[in-house]
Design a binder for this molecule. Structure first.
Ligand code: FES
Length: 158
């Protein structure tokens, strides 16, 4: 039988990058998938001048693919501006991990939504700044997940 997970997934699962929680964060994103019940918290530090993510950490109460996806997404967005980070989709995460089994693609969606939730929290703390429209667009997709749906049918975003 072919291995279920790529070496990249196993590496991020075994040696997660940026795991933990930032003390005194500038944005916190708490997301959960209502189908599998997995939870993820992303905390970010943001430079107010440039809106760049200077630090990011994750805590994930979930499956190995969710842990690997969270770890990968922190590497993908660290140093990027919030707007650039919002361009990272779950497909970017899956590609970085060298692929995920179809039944586990929704775990990478959680990582994408965790970033959007942390960005929303940042902008809500700074009402003087303009929140990019992608934030609500991404989070409304998360809210639209049917809790009784089959997780294998939650599609990757292109
Ligand atoms: S995040 Fe739900 S099974 Fe992985």
């Amino acid at each position: 039988m072919a291995p279920m997970y790529t070496e990249e997934v196993l590496d991020h699962f075994r040696n997660p990058r940026n795991m933990g929680e930032i003390e005194d964060p500038d944005g916190v994103g708490d997301v959960g998938n209502p189908v599998c019940g997995d939870l993820m918290r992303i905390t970010i530090k943001v430079d107010d001048e440039t809106e760049s993510i200077t630090d990011v950490k994750f805590k994930t109460f979930g499956c190995g693919a969710a842990i690997a996806s969270s770890s990968a997404v922190t590497e993908l967005i660290k140093g990027k501006t919030l707007r650039e980070a919002l361009e990272v989709t779950n497909k970017t995460v899956v590609d970085m991990l060298g692929g995920l089994p179809p039944v586990k693609v929704h775990c990478s969606v959680l990582a994408e939504h965790g970033i959007a939730a942390a960005a929303r929290d940042y902008y809500q703390r700074h009402p003087d700044k303009q929140m990019p429209p992608e934030v609500e667009a991404k989070l409304s997709k998360l809210q639209a997940i049917d809790p009784h749906a089959d997780p294998t049918e939650q599609q990757a975003e292109e």
